[in-house]
Write a protein that binds this ligand. Structure first.
Ligand code: TRP
Length: 329
């Protein structure tokens, strides 16, 4: 039997090339090696306020982008988290076995709490809901970026604690993630990871940006005071541009050196921009096709929920039995 893989993306902003190169492209590549579930984690998104109409539109857009990026809905299951009540149900049960000291130590919680005027309890509980997502399907493999590894550790700790309190219930998800995806940094600030929530107009290239917008953003990318590419001493901005080119093109290190060593930054940016435009063109074309049928995405999400609900419900029932909660006799 194939191992199960589970991963998720928040529908909280525009998906960008960092999401594509760091996650979606990798998911599409590995999907057939596993029984794959890819989730739009809308319950996580509402841990900070989201404009309701916009959120709903983003959920649909994200699902369509999963497919446009190569996730095959005939093989892999695509779900909206809130369409399966068991996610929230299991999260509550896991909350009750999670010491709050563990959650207070989460670096992402500390960063997010510092940035909000009012800190909703959901921000604190965020990692428990993520643990529920994973443990609900007894997923063995969870491909995520390095920034999520503390949450995965917590998932394992919570599973272990539940198992020791109530008996063997959860499969331990693998900690280490086959994260072969590239880590793409902000174009305006190459010291921070490219993020959906960053505000700057030139921070990210979004997957649905038109070609002219893509060119503008890349031409304005932050580099450094050197005039040209010097591989022995790359600044972070230039390294990031090269990384983007390499991840999209699949060029080897040798090819990268041969092509770019000594190239002036203006010319480097032009080449990166044309590579990105060319690579996103087919994805954008598929996106337009997918969304031209207004019922298609809704159908995929409905089918996804129908396919995995029995697994989710049987985990919740098992957990209820283990804990002594009420189950129909
Ligand atoms: N926290 C993840 C992120 O922001 C998203 C996520 C939620 C997730 N639930 C998950 C990822 C379960 C993997 C598995 O990137």
């Amino acid at each position: 039997m194939k191992k199960r893989v589970f991963s998720g993306v928040q529908p909280s902003g525009d998906l960008h090339i960092g999401n594509y190169l760091g996650a979606l492209k990798n998911w599409a590549r590995i999907q057939y090696d596993y029984e794959s579930i890819f989730c739009i984690v809308d319950l996580h998104a509402v841990t900070v306020f989201q404009e309701p109409a916009q959120l709903l539109a983003k959920i649909r857009e994200t699902a369509a982008l999963f497919i446009a990026a190569g996730i095959d809905p005939r093989h892999s299951t695509i779900i909206a988290q809130s369409s399966i009540p068991a996610h929230a149900e299991l999260a509550w049960m896991l909350t009750c076995v999670t010491p709050f000291g563990w959650l207070g130590r989460m670096t992402q919680f500390k960063a997010k709490a510092a940035a909000q005027e009012t800190v909703g309890d959901g921000i604190f509980q965020y990692p428990v809901l993520m643990a529920a997502d994973i443990l609900l399907y007894q997923a063995a493999v969870v491909p995520v970026g390095e920034d999520q590894s503390q949450h995965l550790e917590l998932t394992r700790d919570v599973a272990q604690r539940f198992n020791s309190l109530y008996g063997e219930t959860f499969v331990m998800p693998e900690t280490s993630l086959p994260s072969v995806g590239a880590r793409i940094m902000g174009l305006d600030d190459p010291d921070v990871k490219m993020s959906k929530s960053a505000k700057g107009a030139n921070h990210a290239v979004n997957l649905l940006d038109p070609p002219d917008r893509i060119r503008k953003t890349i031409m304005r990318a932050t580099t450094d005071s050197n005039p040209a590419v010097n591989f022995p001493a790359l600044g972070p901005g230039v390294a990031n541009l090269l990384n983007i080119y390499q991840a999209f093109s699949g060029a080897s290190d040798e090819e990268m050196h041969a092509r770019f060593e000594g190239m002036r930054y203006g010319d480097l940016k032009k080449q990166v921009a044309e590579m990105v435009v060319a690579q996103l063109e087919p994805l954008q074309r598929r996106y337009a096709e997918i969304t031209s049928d207004p019922g298609y995405v809704a159908g995929i999400l409905r089918e996804g929920a129908e396919r995995v609900s029995p697994i989710a419900n049987s985990t919740v029932e098992l957990v209820k039995r283990r804990m002594g909660l009420y189950v129909e006799p």
